[in-house]
Design a protein around this ligand. Sequence first.
Ligand code: NAP
Length: 243
Amino acid sequence: MLKGKTALVTGAAKGIGKAIAIEFAKEGANIVLNYRSTVDDETIKEIESFGVECFALKADVSDFAQAESLIKEAKAHFGSLDVLVNNAGITRDGLLMRMSEEDFDSVLRINLKGAFNTIRHASNIMLKQKQGTIINLSSVVGLMGNAGQANYAASKAGLIGLTKSTARELAPRGITCNAIAPGFIATDMTETLSEQVKEQMLSNIPLKAYGTGEDVARAAVFLAKNRYITGQVLNVDGGMVMN
Ligand code: NAP
């Protein structure tokens, strides 16, 4: 079902984004791997080992013009854009009373506006194709809030509103848009947390284990394969949030 399709994953040089790119490659999709700073050859080779093409494109998705070039180059290269996964994200944690304006703005600019930028340009292509699917990486923090992450939680809650509005606008043309809300996934992003915070997190996870990038990636493939699920938030969190 995804064989021969084009899947663009933002921020896919490592972590969850890389796992998503690999999982789509396993399904036979050609990959547009967006990165901001660097991507190593090993990652590209690993993706191509599944018999697909991996086209790496450097772009800062928070920049409207760079996001436009990214989407246009992806479409020009493969001829279609079938799956867009907005994975690029950052944290700049700190207590609200001490949070700088720059830390608030940069998190919103990358995590939320970055997704708007790519959706804005990709939707033109998907509307003409009359098919496509968009997946946004939100977080359980966007549902629950988290002390020390007001900027991050606001960006991830914003992504849910963006997801539902996009889903409603694009549904008449057969395009779906969903969000995934991961819980605690072991990547560079969570590696920086202290052992004390990690243990506290673990105690709040009913399944008593951290998630992996593959857990999230398999959820992304599931959503991309299903034409009748749209506007949803799929939690991949070991049971942290039960709706
Ligand atoms: P990660 O290991 O820190 O990777 C994030 C990736 O995003 C990096 O490759 C980074 O590239 C890229 N990126 C950052 N800003 C970018 C920009 N402006 N343009 C393009 N790429 C950019 O993080 P992760 O843990 O894999 O997280 C991936 C996504 O899942 C994020 O949206 C995160 O918020 C979400 N999430 C993660 C967890 C978790 O527990 N790990 C939980 C919930 C949600 P550079 O390294 O070059 O900056």
